[in-house]
Design a protein around this ligand. Structure first.
Ligand SMILES: Cc1ncc(COP(=O)(O)O)c(C=O)c1O
Length: 396
C-alpha cells in the first residue's frame, strides 16, 4: 500500500507523515500496525466532534438510505440542506440569513468574492498580508505571500493587501473597494488574533465607503474558539460569512452566508454561481447533526476550559508563547527546528501534531472539541517529555 501511495497518488510534499490508517474513533486514529495515535490536529480543524461521532454517522447512514445526490444545487427542495440553512440562520445575527452550500472552503471563498464584486459593482478586493484563504485561483490570488503564488501568475487582478491589525492601513479601504476579506483569527500566519478593536474599525470603515466585509471563519468557526463563530468575540458582524472545515465533522463542505439583499444578486446573471454537489443531502445531514451537537451540548464553553488546561500544562522553556483561542492553539517554539522535531518525534510517540503554513516556529494544537481532560493530559505529557529530551540535546 505504501509503495502504491507514493507511486499512484499525487504527492504535494516530499515528506508526508505517511501514517497508514486503519480506523479512527473519538480522539484516536489507529494505524495498520494497531498503534493508537492521539489526535491533537483533528484533520486540521475539520473533525470537530472527533472521528466517526455516532450522531454524525447515524445522520449520514439514515440519509444515504433515503436519497443521495438527486440534482444540481438549488433546483430541488431537499430537506437536509433547507433544515441546515434555517437552523444556521437562527443562530446568526439577523443580517446573516441566507446560505449557499458548497463543497470546500476555497470554493466558498470563490463564491463570496464573486458575490462581493457582483453586489457592489466594484472590482477591488483587499486581503491581509500572510492570509490563507485556499488554493484555487481566486483564493490563491488573496494569499499575501508571493513565493507561494509566483508560479501561478497571472492571478485575478485588482487584489491589494493590508497588514492585519494595522489601523494605518485602513486608509486603503476606499470607495473603489468591493470587499475586504480577513480571517477572523489568522491561521497560517501563526494564529494571530485581532487586537485593539481592529475588526470593529475595519467594519466601520467598510460601512463608511460601501465596501463589503467578508470574514473567513473556515478554521475558527463551529465552536472551536468558544463561540459558534469567532467574530462573536470581537463585536463585528461581517456582510458575508465564509465557513467550512469543522462544519460537517469530517465530510467535505463549505458555505457562505449573507443577507437576503446581497444573496439575491446570485440570480444575476441567471445561474451565475452553480455547483453540482453543493448542498449534497448526505453532507448536509452530517452538517446538521454536527451543528446540533455543538450548539446543544457544553462543547463550546468547554473549549475555553480546555484552553486553560492546555496552557497550564504546556509550560516549558522551549515553548515561547501559546497563541490562539479555545481549541485553536499554536505553540510558538524557540525556533523552527524545535517545532519540526516536536511534530516528528510526537508521531513516533503516538501523538498527532502538525505545522502551520507560514509560521515555521509554530506547532498547531487543534484537537476535536470532544477531547477529554484525560486525553489532553496524556498528549501534553508526551509533548513535555519530547521537549525535555530536546532541551537535553540543547537544540538551538
Ligand atoms: C482560513 C482558511 N480559509 C480557507 C481554507 C481553505 O479551505 P479548503 O481546504 O476546504 O478549501 C482553509 C483551509 O485550511 C483555511 O484554514
Amino acid at each position: 500500500m505504501e509503495k502504491d501511495y507514493y507511486k499512484y497518488q499525487a504527492q504535494t510534499s516530499p515528506y508526508p507523515l505517511g501514517m497508514q490508517v486503519s480506523r479512527a474513533s473519538g480522539s484516536y486514529i489507529y494505524d495498520t500496525n494497531g498503534q493508537a495515535h492521539l489526535d491533537f490536529v483533528a484533520g486540521v480543524s475539520a473533525c470537530s466532534l472527533g472521528h466517526c461521532h455516532p450522531k454524525v454517522v447515524k445522520a449520514i447512514t439514515q440519509q444515504a438510505q433515503q436519497y443521495m445526490h438527486v440534482m444540481v444545487y438549488g433546483e430541488y427542495i431537499q430537506a437536509p440542506a433547507v433544515a441546515y440553512a434555517k437552523y444556521l440562520a437562527s443562530l446568526l445575527p439577523k443580517t446573516l440569513e441566507v446560505t449557499y452550500l458548497v463543497n470546500s472552503g476555497t470554493e466558498a471563498i470563490e463564491g463570496a468574492l464573486k458575490l462581493a464584486r457582483r453586489f457592489t459593482g466594484r472590482s477591488e478586493i483587499l486581503a491581509a498580508k500572510n492570509a490563507y484563504h485556499g488554493n484555487t485561483m481566486g483564493s490563491l490570488s488573496l494569499m499575501g505571500l508571493e513565493e507561494r503564488k509566483a508560479s501561478f501568475r497571472p492571478l485575478i487582478p485588482d487584489v491589494g493587501y493590508i497588514q492585519f491589525n494595522s489601523e494605518e492601513d485602513l486608509k486603503y479601504i476606499t470607495t473603489k473597494t468591493a470587499a475586504v476579506i480577513l480571517e477572523t483569527i489568522q491561521g497560517g500566519a501563526g494564529f494571530i488574533e485581532p487586537n485593539n478593536n481592529y475588526l470593529e474599525k475595519v467594519r466601520k470603515k467598510c460601512t463608511a465607503v460601501g465596501a463589503l466585509l467578508i470574514l473567513d471563519e473556515i478554521q475558527p468557526g463551529f465552536g472551536r474558539t468558544g463561540k459558534l463563530f469567532a467574530f462573536e468575540h470581537y463585536n463585528c458582524v461581517p456582510d458575508i460569512l465564509v465557513m467550512g472545515k469543522g462544519m460537517a465533522s469530517g465530510l467535505p463542505v463549505g458555505a457562505f452566508t449573507a443577507s437576503q439583499e446581497i444573496m439575491a444578486t446570485l440570480m444575476n446573471p441567471k445561474m451565475g454561481h452553480i455547483t453540482t454537489f453543493g448542498g449534497n443531502p448526505v453532507i448536509a445531514a452530517a452538517a446538521l447533526a454536527t451543528l446540533k451537537e455543538i450548539t446543544e451540548s457544553q462543547l463550546m464553553a468547554q473549549s475555553l476550559e480546555k484552553e486553560i488546561l492546555f496552557k497550564s500544562l504546556l509550560v516549558h522553556p522551549l515553548i515561547k508563547e501559546i497563541r490562539g483561542k479555545g481549541l485553536m492553539l499554536a505553540l510558538l517554539m524557540k525556533n523552527d527546528q524545535i517545532a519540526n522535531e516536536l511534530v516528528l518525534k510526537a508521531k513516533a510517540e503516538g501523538l498527532i501534531l502538525f505545522w502551520l503554513l507560514f509560521e515555521n516556529r509554530a506547532v498547531r494544537i487543534t484537537p476535536p472539541l470532544t477531547i477529554s481532560e484525560r486525553e489532553i493530559k496524556e498528549g501534553c505529557t508526551k509533548i513535555l517529555k519530547i521537549l525535555d529530551a530536546l532541551n537535553g540535546q540543547t537544540v538551538n
